[in-house]
Write a protein that binds this ligand. Structure first.
Ligand code: SAH
Length: 269
């Protein structure tokens, strides 16, 4: 606790809750209990309204995501809201898509709350990449096809911290890793050209939009076709891009890939 902070006997608490990929049945029991017990909920964009509806009737719901009314609620404003509500004695739930600690800024929020001496808990959620790949009946790792998995953002910092996609692709190829790319739709052409610096054009790719929801769509293609196919299919955010040989483990997917891989066949890769 911050040494200058007064003792606050009536301070509430904040629980960062992972709402999962969308399907309310993928919530954990702990998440459900936290949502039902909350007096204030601060809700991100991608959280299914059916999950928000599980809150107690008198609970105050504040939508803080970019698509939730305000164009973009600045992070420091969200942190201030959380803090103020907790200091007023509220039982605050910060409801985030997927898992709070995977591309969810949960780490920053926990640091901020801890620095202010506010009790904070974290409840995991199923991350979108896991839901996406499970829906295709394909594992992320496999003794013969993939020894590990990398979760990456496709929307990284620019400049010296920009992602070196060719290096990642090279590593993925050498070490047999599956790549799961979040927030990659808008930068797909850039990601594709980088990955082709280290992976064959024939590498299988799956792009899954709205994983776990009734409106889920998925596209299977080869890495060499990825940007074009995505554009033609009209797939938009939220979607995850999965790259790796694990996708060929599902015979039905392998067959689809084999019959629709013109670039792979042309390149002979
Ligand atoms: N913390 C979240 C990720 C937040 S970043 C998690 O663990 O899932 C937002 C990105 O997550 C989106 O741009 C998209 O790439 C991915 N995403 C979130 N929900 C998704 C869904 N239902 N289907 C596919 N991708 C999703």
């Amino acid at each position: 606790m911050h040494k200058d902070l007064p003792n606050r006997p009536h301070c509430g608490q904040v629980t960062l809750v992972g709402a999962g990929p969308g399907d309310p049945e993928l919530l954990t029991l702990k998440a459900l209990k936290a949502i039902q017990a909350a007096s204030v909920l601060l809700v991100d964009d991608l959280v299914n309204p059916e999950i928000v509806a599980l809150a107690a009737p008198g609970a105050r719901v504040v939508h803080v995501g970019k698509r939730g009314g305000c164009k973009s609620t600045p992070q420091h404003f969200i942190e201030k809201l959380m803090l103020t509500a907790a200091l007023e004695g509220e039982n605050v739930v910060r409801l985030k898509g997927g898992d709070p600690f995977l591309f969810g800024r949960g780490g920053e929020e926990v640091q901020h709350l801890q620095a202010m001496g506010v009790p904070v808990r974290v409840v995991n959620g199923i991350t979108a990449g896991l839901a996406a790949i499970s829906s295709l009946h394909v594992p992320l790792t496999h003794r013969e096809a993939a020894h590990g998995v990398l979760f990456l953002t496709g929307h990284p910092a620019a400049g010296p911290h920009a992602t070196n996609w060719a290096l990642l692709a090279h590593t993925a190829q050498q070490e047999r890793l599956t790549l799961v790319i979040y927030m990659g739709v808008s930068g797909v052409a850039h990601i594709q050209s980088g990955l082709l610096g280290g992976l064959p054009a024939s590498t299988p790719v799956a792009i899954v939009q709205n994983a776990s929801l009734p409106q889920q769509r998925q596209l299977l293609c080869s890495l060499g076709d990825m940007a074009l196919e995505l554009q033609q299919a009209g797939i938009t955010s939220p979607a995850v891009i999965v790259v790796g040989e694990v996708l060929s483990l599902n015979p039905a997917l392998a067959l689809q890939l084999a019959t629709q891989a013109p670039v792979a066949q042309r390149s002979g890769a």
